[in-house]
Design a protein around this ligand. Structure first.
Ligand SMILES: *Cc1c(COP(=O)(O)O)cnc(C)c1O
Length: 397
């Protein structure tokens, strides 16, 4: 019988082969691995698919434990590891395209994903068409005979649009197109990619899996059909990850469920509080009806987390700066998924370069929050005094 997600998060990857009976696998550092006999060496060399010790770059028991944990939790036939989420995205795409191919890329993708397409894919002679995250059936008209990859990210970066992944996957598969998902927000726990037709699920484990803002790590889990090709790409590109970072990520998984639940609870309280603020036009939190694709979130996700955005009624950069500069509990910085709260602002004009076909045309500033594990009352107090500074700055011109 398959276990529940919470049980999986506690037990996944804890094979005595990797742990040697300790609760957590030892951090195994290696470049050279010694073989007892010529026959042993030959056995390890021939089968690249097996999780056997061969050479450091191909992984150690620490890596194998984490890879197994990811495939138990997220699904799929295997998990390739990369030194960052960005490397996981780039290599997953590279594994399945060649010169002359075409990619359908969601317009609300993470900015470096867009840059990768516009620079590296372009240089390789691979064409990218950006599509509206809410396109649904309309994706049919963008499919070309040379379309190889349909790339999705749900919810979308910054603007949080939730995509109809099963519909897009079904259409893509009619044309033998590989469906990839940037599943960082779902964290492999709140959205089960392989149940909805995704072929390759990518995560920045840097975010919630690590959960403590102290590692960089990328993962790509794949169906059996595409696993060999993905694994070979990772290997041939020389991608490898430190066992210390992998150990931290595996440790992160053990508390992932309860952290996500608390981030979600805290985030929802603040989202609902923001929705009533006079300065706020609307809140983009997948759990609220004001978020595009909310119906798909309700249908396909089993929970949320602490990352969402809200849009102010006006764009007033000076007032926004007054708000952001004086925060006590919210830090200003990139990334998210750690235990601490973060705040970032995006002025409407920035969307001219971040979006090419689904520009949200906000008239007000967008503010993205990552709600951490602090007391919600402290965070609300922080935002409240932030709005006081914001309103005072507007009054003073
Ligand atoms: C952060 C992020 C990435 C990139 O991960 P890194 O580990 O920072 O390279 C990719 N996708 C999404 C949605 C992210 O938020």
């Amino acid at each position: 019988m398959p276990h529940g997600k919470k049980t999986q998060m506690v037990t996944a990857g804890r094979d005595p082969k990797w742990t040697q009976g300790v609760v957590n696998p030892p951090v195994q550092r290696a470049s050279t691995i010694l073989f007892d006999t010529v026959a042993d060496k030959k056995k390890a060399t021939i089968n690249r698919a097996n999780k056997t010790l061969f050479y450091g770059r191909r992984g150690t028991n620490t890596h194998f434990a984490f890879q197994q944990a990811m495939t138990e939790i997220e699904g799929g036939a295997g998990c390739a590891l990369f030194p960052s989420g960005a490397a996981a995205i780039a290599n997953s795409i590279l594994a399945f395209v060649e010169t002359g191919d075409h990619i359908l890329m969601v317009d609300t993708c993470y900015e470096p994903t867009r840059d990768f397409c516009n620079v590296i894919m372009k240089k390789m002679g691979v064409e990218t068409t950006y599509y509206d995250p809410m396109i649904g059936e309309g994706i049919r008209s963008l499919i070309q005979p040379n379309t190889k990859v349909l790339f999705t990210e749900s919810p979308g970066s910054i603007t949080m649009e939730v995509q109809d992944i099963p519909k897009l996957s079904n259409i893509a598969h009619e044309h033998d197109i590989i469906v990839m998902l940037d599943n960082t927000w779902g964290a492999g726990v709140n959205f089960s990619p392989f149940d909805y037709g995704v072929d390759i699920s990518i995560q920045a484990a840097t975010k919630y899996i690590g959960g403590h803002s102290d590692i960089m790590l990328g993962t790509a889990t794949s169906t059996a059909e595409h696993w060999d090709q993905l694994r070979e790409q990772c290997y041939l590109m020389g991608q490898c990850v430190s066992p210390d970072d992998v150990y931290m990520a595996l440790r992160g998984i053990r508390t992932l469920g309860i952290r996500l639940k608390q981030h979600d609870e805290n985030g929802l309280k603040i989202a609902n509080w923001l929705a009533k603020r006079p300065e706020v036009d609307h809140v983009r939190h997948p759990s609220l009806a004001s978020c595009p694709g909310h119906e798909f979130f309700k249908r396909d996700f089993s929970g949320g987390n602490g990352l969402f955005s809200f849009v102010l009624k006006h764009s007033h950069p000076k007032a926004t700066t007054a708000l952001l500069d004086g925060m006590t509990h919210f830090g200003m910085g990139y990334s998210w998924g750690g235990f601490e709260s973060l705040i970032l602002a995006t002025e409407p004009s920035s969307f001219n370069s971040l979006r090419t076909i689904a520009n949200p045309q906000f008239s007000g500033t967008l503010i993205r929050l990552h709600i951490g594990l602090e007391d919600v009352e402290d965070l609300i107090q922080d935002l409240e005094t932030g709005f006081e500074r914001y309103n005072a700055a507007i009054k003073n011109g």
